[in-house]
Ligand binder design. Structure first.
Ligand code: F6P
Length: 332
């Protein structure tokens, strides 16, 4: 069976829709190549000590695993020399990484979470890489933090890789969402989902229920109504899933629908997930797949970031459910 490769897809997007310039194609192909290298490293598991702590902490105060550091290095090294980027930032770096002077500079900014869900590494559960691409503001030659502080609606591309039983790459360049699976023998990403669409309705929710005592009333109301099942106000039974790897939870929602919530609560006043490299790319992808993404009160993609590592409450997935939780927040 002939399958479309990532390169073919990107060239067709350029030819047919003018969506992907050669510079953006290079950027996405380099990220895909880096994801292959990370996938290979993840698959070595305990043989390579992937889940071992390295004794350092990232800017969020989270203990870094060996593979957090490796994944960040792989992405930085792969992306610094190609001439397509002006700067990059990552969960693992306190400040933006500007392209060294020995390399040419390009017009894009890359924002990334090199290894999302890395607390799952020790237990052989899926982890992933999330990325978001912004344009470097006009006239800025040495991009600092300010250059990155653009709302999610400004993203030109976003995607993520899930390193699970198969390695899957999900991508949007603003023209729908496609999924590729890594063919390990060929070494290429082949299209396996041509147009991902999230069903508007769902009977599956994902939330870390151990935080229930800290939830705000609208979230508590929504989950209580789901738990009440057929005889409750929603009139249907719900199922629950929580992988605790955002990449895996969002991939499930893209595949069969569902709602994912890491809302702001009494413990995480600003939410737990990061706006720039988790919430924004995932919200762009989810909206492009026909779903919705809010912080309970506002569309995530319209939030003006104030800081690189800012956190935000996240409610995303099947449109009708996200709208229901958002309505409960606005009524409260
Ligand atoms: O931000 C990292 C992350 O691991 C996400 O991938 C995931 O959704 C969440 O944190 C899991 O949080 P918790 O440990 O509260 O289940």
């Amino acid at each position: 069976m002939h399958r479309v490769t990532l390169t073919q897809y990107l060239i067709e997007q350029q030819r047919n829709y003018g969506k992907v310039s050669p510079e953006l194609r290079l950027l996405i192909e380099i990220i895909a190549r880096a994801c292959k290298a990370i996938s290979h490293a993840v698959s070595k598991g305990p043989l390579a000590g992937v889940g071992d702590a390295v004794g350092t902490h990232n800017v969020q105060g989270e203990a870094q695993k060996k593979l957090d550091v490796i994944a960040n290095e792989v992405l930085v090294e792969a992306n610094e020399w190609g001439g397509h980027l002006a700067a990059m930032m990552s969960e693992e770096m306190a400040t933006p990484y500007t392209i060294p002077h020995r390399y040419p500079k390009g017009g894009f900014l890359l924002v990334m979470d090199p290894l999302d869900g890395s607390s799952n590494l020790d237990v052989n559960i899926s982890v992933g890489t999330i990325f978001s691409v912004l344009r470097c503001p006009e006239g800025v030659t040495e991009p600092d933090e300010k250059a990155f502080l653009q709302p999610g609606v400004k993203q030109v591309a976003a995607g993520f890789a899930v390193y699970g039983a198969a390695t899957i790459l999900v991508l949007t360049v603003g023209n729908g969402v496609v999924g590729f699976t890594l063919d390990r023998e060929m070494g290429s990403f082949l299209m396996t989902q041509e147009r991902i669409v999230i069903p508007e309705d769902t009977q599956e929710f994902a939330i870390n229920a151990s935080n229930a005592r800290n939830w705000e009333p609208p979230v508590k109301r929504y989950i209580d109504e789901c738990l009440a099942g057929k005889t409750g106000p929603r009139g249907k039974d719900f199922n629950m899933r929580w992988v605790a790897s955002m990449v895996a939870d969002v991939y499930r929602i893209l595949s069969r629908g569902g709602i994912f919530m890491y809302p702001r609560d009494a413990k995480y006043n600003d939410g737990r997930l990061r706006l720039m490299y988790e919430a924004n790319p995932m919200s762009f992808i989810v909206e492009q797949a026909g779903g919705a993404a809010t912080n309970g009160r506002q569309r995530i993609l319209e939030i003006q970031p104030r800081a690189l590592h800012q956190r935000v409450g996240v409610i995303l997935g099947s449109k009708n459910e996200v709208e229901c939780v958002t309505r409960y927040h606005l009524q409260a």
